[in-house]
Design a protein. Structure first.
Length: 430
């Protein structure tokens, strides 16, 4: 090791020791004194976060001294590292779960002695387990945005279909009744948008959900190493994944009876809004946008379809979590602020503010009389994600995997193995 590496390693060891010591000696915030300001940086919308903190402060005896700064997702890592090197880093960061491993060496694990694994798992949805390590938690979840299915009631009714599909294989019959082509086989109306990547919103997340339902976790973290499982022959990855990839790609194959989508069409969201697509796989957070962009669209929301013989119900979820930065000058106050932001009363306020399901099990257990929120809460309970180091790069890998199959350049197994190799390289390069 070079002198620089030795010094850097020593600094990290000191940070870890200081962090653990501060957690061990932390007894709670002294309400007789004004608590210090806790700075949080992230890619979560600043206006929304500040409104959340303000509303939460109204019900608190002591004000929350939190200063939040938003950075763009694409620039956050670069700016964070630059500011950290200059000694101007924040106390905590708020980022999507798929990006957290890129910050692994810059955050403090909340030790099990401070927050036990049992208390963590009893408090938060299963997807939050991605944050758990042998020694503690890398973050505490704040929000989750699950993938659901929006469906056009008018198109279903006119086709004589009374109910939305519960299982993926039901789309075979729905396709026959809804999808329409002209004399030149050009698609004029479609039942489902699958098979492409360029013009399908959230294609990476939809394919991830299909892989989850097939039993593939996509990535796996063990002994300090994050590895791909998408096409690893040693763990049966390609065998498990190939039916999911085959199902996804067949909808863009003109030779298939399931053909219903191609890259010449509008994006899936715009097609749904224009009334030429019967189903749209989007996030719960999109419901307000869909209503605003087409108030006359007669649509409803349902759970994401499942594999008929699947062992567990699963959907994909975008989750944001709060992590303590190693450079924090007051780990105790930072943890106290995170506790306040993720407590049941806070989560109830945030859920109503952003119209998203809660990440807390106790709030989900209470249910909702709101017909949409009832669907959203169920989706949150079965949501799942995967650890990544660069969602931008993994999206490119997924795109290349799908297009190698749809173009005929590769079979399912070859595409999966190639994607597995490239994903492993991406995971190790961060």
């Amino acid at each position: 090791m070079s002198k620089f590496q030795i010094i850097l390693t020593a600094i990290f060891v000191v940070f870890i020791g200081v962090g653990v010591t501060m957690f061990a000696t932390y007894k709670g915030t002294d309400t007789s004194q004004t608590s210090p300001t806790v700075t949080i940086w992230g890619s979560y919308p600043e206006a929304t976060f500040n409104e959340f903190v303000q509303r939460l402060s109204y019900i608190k005896t002591d004000p929350l001294n939190i200063k939040y700064t938003e950075f763009s997702k694409s620039d956050f890592r670069k700016q964070f590292i630059e500011e950290l090197a200059s000694g101007r880093g924040p106390d905590a960061i708020l980022i999507p779960q798929q990006d957290i491993m890129g910050f692994f060496d810059k955050i403090i694990e909340i030790p099990n002695t401070t927050l036990s694994q049992r208390d963590f798992q009893n408090s938060f949805i299963g997807q939050a387990n991605l944050y758990l390590t042998e020694n503690g938690a890398l973050a505490i979840p704040l929000t989750v945005d699950p993938l659901v299915m929006y469906w056009n009631r008018s198109m279903f009714t006119n086709a004589g279909i009374a109910k939305y599909p519960v299982y993926w294989d039901e789309f075979s019959n729905i396709n026959k009744k809804i999808t329409q082509k002209d004399v030149n086989s050009n698609i004029r109306r479609s039942a489902v948008a699958l098979g492409e990547f360029q013009n399908i919103d959230h294609a990476r997340e939809i394919l991830s959900a299909l892989l989850f339902q097939a039993g593939n976790p996509i990535t796996f973290y063990s002994n300090g190493v994050l590895q791909s499982r998408i096409g690893d022959d040693g763990t049966g990855g390609a065998r498990i994944s190939s039916p999911a990839l085959g199902f996804y790609t067949k909808f863009s194959d003109p030779r298939s009876s399931e053909y219903s989508w191609n890259r010449s069409l509008l994006s899936s969201k715009n097609s749904f809004l224009s009334g030429t697509l019967a189903t749209y796989f989007g996030f719960t957070s999109e419901i307000s946008d869909l209503r605003a962009k087409n108030p006359n669209l007669d649509f409803d929301v349902s759970p994401l379809p499942q594999a008929r013989n699947g062992k567990t119900r699963v959907t994909y979820g975008n989750m944001y979590g709060l992590s303590i930065v190693r450079s924090s000058k007051d780990v105790g106050s930072t943890y106290s602020a995170i506790q306040a932001l993720t407590a049941p009363d806070a989560m109830d306020i945030l859920s109503k503010l952003v119209y998203l399901p809660s990440i807390r099990r106790d709030i989900i257990a209470g249910g909702s009389v709101d017909p949409y929120m009832a669907i959203f809460l169920d989706a949150a309970l079965i949501s799942k994600g995967w650890l990544d180091t660069s969602s931008i790069r993994s999206n490119q890998i997924f795109t290349e995997m799908v297009e190698s199959v749809t173009s005929g350049r590769s079979d399912l197994y070859g595409a999966l193995r190639q994607a597995d190799d490239e994903l492993n390289i991406s995971l190790k390069s961060q």
